[in-house]
Write a protein that binds this ligand. Structure first.
Ligand code: C2E
Ligand code: MG
Ligand code: MG
Ligand code: MG
Length: 285
C-alpha cells in the first residue's frame, strides 16, 4: 500500500509488499475488534509546573494489548490506522474514554487534573465537523470543555491550515486549549503560529535529550522557550528524564515539563493513586 500512497507511476509487486499488506490488513481487523472489546486503554502521564512540581495537566496516551500480539506500540499501529481511514473512529473512542475516566474520578470524589490532553492526527483536525462532534461527546458526559486540551503537530495543522484554524477556533471558543506537539521538528511558520489559537509549545523530546551534548539542540531549546514567551504561550519540555535537565530548563524560563523524571504514563488507577490525592492538587468540578 505504500506504493499506492506514492501516487501514480508504476507499481510493482514484491513478496515483502505482499507480506506487509497481509500484516496491515490483519492489524486493521484486530484493531477494529479492539475498539469494541476493551483491548484499548488510555494511560495517563502527568504534566507538571517546573516551579513547584504541581500537576498542571495530564496527557492521555493510547495503549493496545492484543491477545496474541501482546502490547502494540502506537508508533507501529497509528500510521496504519491513519492510512486505512480508521483515525476518526479511534479519535472519538479516545475522547469518549477520557470523558468516562474524568467522570469516574469525579464520582469517586477525587480532585481532577486541571486539564486532560488528548492527541489528534491530521485526519481529525481536517474533518469539518470535528469540533461539533467533540463538543457533543463532552456534553454527553456533562463535562466542561475547559477540562480538555488537544495536542497536535505542526504538520497536522498545516495540511489544511484553513480547516484546522476553523476547527481550532470553534473549540477554543468553547473552552478547549491547544498544544503543538513535538514542536521544532516540523515545518512551522511564525506567522501561522501567531494566528492559530495555540496555548502551549511542547518542545520535542529529541532537543531536550541532547541539550547538554549538542550545542545546537541547546540553542533550539532556548529559542523555543524565548519564542513561546514572546508570543504569550506556555513552553513545556517533553521527555525530561533527570533532575539536571529539569533544573536547566527551569533556569532557561521553561514553565512546564513532562517526562519519566516526573512520572511515566500510568494506567488510570495508578495515576489516580499517585497524582490525584486530595492533598496533592487542584480543584474538583
Ligand atoms: P507524543 O504525543 O509526543 O507523546 C509522547 C511520547 O513520549 C509517548 O510515547 C510517551 O510515552 C513518551 N515519553 C514521555 N516521557 C518520556 C521520557 O521521559 N522519555 C522517553 N524516552 N519517552 C517519553 P507513546 O505513548 O508511545 O506515544 C507515541 C506517540 O503516539 C505520541 O507522541 C502521539 O503522537 C501518538 N499517540 C499516542 N496516543 C495517541 C492517541 O490517542 N491518538 C493519536 N492520534 N495519537 C496518539
Ligand atoms: Mg502528545
Ligand atoms: Mg510529543
Ligand atoms: Mg510524538
Amino acid at each position: 500500500y505504500r506504493a499506492k500512497s506514492a501516487g501514480g507511476g508504476h507499481r510493482f509487486y514484491s513478496p515483502e509488499m505482499g507480506e506487509r499488506l497481509r500484516r496491515d490488513l490483519e492489524l486493521v481487523q484486530r484493531f477494529g475488534q479492539a475498539l469494541h472489546n476493551g483491548c484499548l486503554q488510555l494511560h495517563y502521564q502527568p504534566k507538571v509546573s517546573l516551579a513547584d512540581g504541581t500537576l498542571t495537566g495530564v496527557e492521555a496516551l493510547l495503549r493496545w494489548h492484543d491477545p496474541d500480539w501482546g502490547w502494540v506500540s502506537p508508533a507501529d499501529f497509528l500510521p496504519v490506522i491513519e492510512e486505512r481511514g480508521m483515525m476518526v473512529r479511534l479519535g472519538e473512542w479516545v475522547l469518549a474514554e477520557a470523558c468516562r475516566q474524568l467522570c469516574a474520578w469525579r464520582d469517586a470524589g477525587l480532585p481532577l487534573p486541571p486539564r486532560v490532553a488528548i492527541n489528534i492526527s491530521a485526519h481529525q483536525i481536517d474533518e469539518k465537523d470535528f469540533a461539533e462532534r467533540a463538543l457533543a461527546i463532552i456534553e454527553g458526559a456533562a463535562l466542561p470543555p475547559s477540562r480538555f486540551e488537544i495536542e497536535l503537530t505542526e504538520s497536522s495543522m498545516m495540511r489544511d491550515p484553513r480547516c484546522a484554524m476553523d476547527v481550532m477556533q470553534a473549540l477554543v471558543e468553547a473552552g478547549f486549549a491547544f498544544s503543538i506537539d513535538d514542536f521544532g521538528t516540523g515545518y512551522s511558520s511564525l506567522s501561522y503560529l501567531k494566528r492559530f489559537p495555540v496555548h502551549t509549545l511542547k518542545i520535542d523530546r529529541s532537543f531536550v535529550r541532547d541539550m547538554f551534548e549538542d550545542g545546537s539542540d541547546h540553542g533550539i531549546v532556548r529559542t523555543i522557550i524565548a519564542m513561546a514567551q514572546n508570543l504569550g504561550l506556555t513552553p513545556l519540555a517533553e521527555g525530561v528524564e533527570d533532575a539536571l535537565q529539569a533544573a536547566s530548563l527551569q533556569a532557561l524560563g521553561c514553565r512546564e515539563a513532562q517526562g519519566f523524571h516526573f512520572g511515566r504514563p500510568l494506567p488510570a488507577a495508578d495515576f489516580a493513586e499517585t497524582w490525584l490525592r486530595p492533598s496533592r492538587s487542584t480543584d474538583s468540578l
